[in-house]
Design a protein around this ligand. Structure first.
Ligand code: SF4
Length: 381
């Protein structure tokens, strides 16, 4: 099996079918401006920190690099692209002003890794690894998300957990800090390292995803990103893309247009059923009220008669039975008050007869529900 990356694992977690379409069937996702924007800024952060010796690039050099690295794919209009291009310059200018004065050489920049987790190969690139004064390591991942990261986001971020596993294997030094660097506001959002149980859970997750992929488990799972770039291949959306050619329709399969009508029919029928059910309930209650008020057991229409009966269901009250059986040491035999077990006890000749008799005297109506039966008079005649 080919090595997995964090992105692949994350896509598989969101929707296994989407993973398959992209990474096994080779379908190409559409270009999106936010990927282009994020990739350009990543390249610039890499350019700034990846120097052989200090000093880092000047602001002009950084901005020149930015202009020459600009990725245009995915923007919806020239205006939108111009707006983000200016925004990116602003972000990088702040970035340079923050990091230039006390520039420290990182331990690694855009470091490729390739590690083994439970027999599964995991590969990826870590944006930056710094060596702290304590001798421990700090992992930094740049993000161009709109919103700042919360403590909860940081705590459950799988990417940072996997990077900690990778860094631990590569350098054999303790990881002491994990950071998601919010580029739009130039804010590092940091937390301490993952504990062993979280690392173990991540290893297990990688193993399970790899196993599911090997077993070709690719169900479509709807999620917050639906529809993805491949709706025409998805059972939740494909019907909208089906060509309607009745002559090609297989027997028993509804052609697109008929299916669309059937959906609407189904919904309107459901609404009508609901309305009819409510009317039926009203008429039923009227008949029951009439029978009860007049003391009738049958009412007649023109073609039908309806018989009314109050069906009584006999049973036992748990507290009464318990009060009787517990002192006799028999309560355990009907615990959780199972009427079937109580009946067995009643039939058990080893139980003292007077107890069984007392139980029988406790039998009473515990619920009553009115029922109606419809009968056609004309057919019978
Ligand atoms: S549209 Fe379908 S295939 Fe795409 S992510 Fe949603 S459920 Fe998965």
């Amino acid at each position: 099996m080919k090595p997995l990356s964090y992105t692949q694992i994350s896509i598989y977690q969101s929707c296994p079918l989407c993973y398959k379409l992209q990474y096994i069937d080779g379908l190409k996702p559409k270009d999106k401006w936010y990927f282009s924007f994020g990739a350009t800024l990543h390249l610039c952060a890499e350019y700034f920190f990846k120097v052989r010796v200090p000093p880092p690039p000047s602001l002009d050099e950084l901005l020149d690099f930015y202009e020459s690295s600009w990725l245009s794919e995915g923007y919806e209009s020239a205006e939108e692209e111009t707006k983000y291009r200016a925004y990116g310059r602003e972000i990088l200018t702040n970035f340079w002003q923050i990091h230039h004065p006390d520039f420290k050489m990182p331990l690694a920049v855009e470091r490729m890794f390739y590690i083994d987790i439970e027999g599964v190969k995991l590969r990826g690139y870590i944006d930056r690894v710094d060596k702290l004064e304590s001798g421990g390591l700090s992992i930094v991942d740049y993000k161009t998300n709109q919103e700042l990261f919360t403590t909860e986001d940081l705590g459950k971020n799988l990417q940072l957990t996997l990077y900690q596993l990778a860094v631990g294997q590569i350098w054999q030094l303790p990881v002491e800090r994990l950071t998601l660097y919010h580029l739009r506001s130039n804010t590092p959002c940091s937390c301490g390292p993952r504990g062993e149980s979280q690392l173990e859970a991540a290893r297990q997750l990688v193993f399970e995803v790899a196993e599911n992929i090997a077993r070709e488990r690719f169900p479509a799972v709807e999620n917050q990103y639906c529809p993805c770039d491949f709706p025409e291949h998805c059972p939740y959306y494909r019907q909208q893309y089906m060509v309607t050619e009745p002559e090609l329709t297989r027997q028993g399969v509804l052609p697109g247009l008929i299916a669309a009508e059937a959906v609407e029919d189904y919904v309107s029928l459901q609404a009508r059923i609901k309305e009819l059910e409510s009317q039926l309930k009203e008429v039923r209650q009227m008949i029951i009220d009439f029978c009860q008020t007049e003391g009738l057991n049958r009412v007649f229409g023109r073609e039908h008669a309806i018989t009314y009966k109050l069906l009584e269901k006999a049973g036992f009250k748990e507290d009464e039975i318990r009060a009787l059986l517990e002192p006799e040491g028999l309560w355990g035999r009907v615990l959780s008050f199972d009427p079937a077990k109580l009946k067995q006890l009643l039939d058990d000749e080893e139980i003292a007869e007077d107890i069984r008799n007392k139980i029988s005297t406790l039998r009473r109506v515990t619920a009553a529900s009115p029922r109606l039966w419809v009968r056609r008079l004309i057919e019978e005649e």
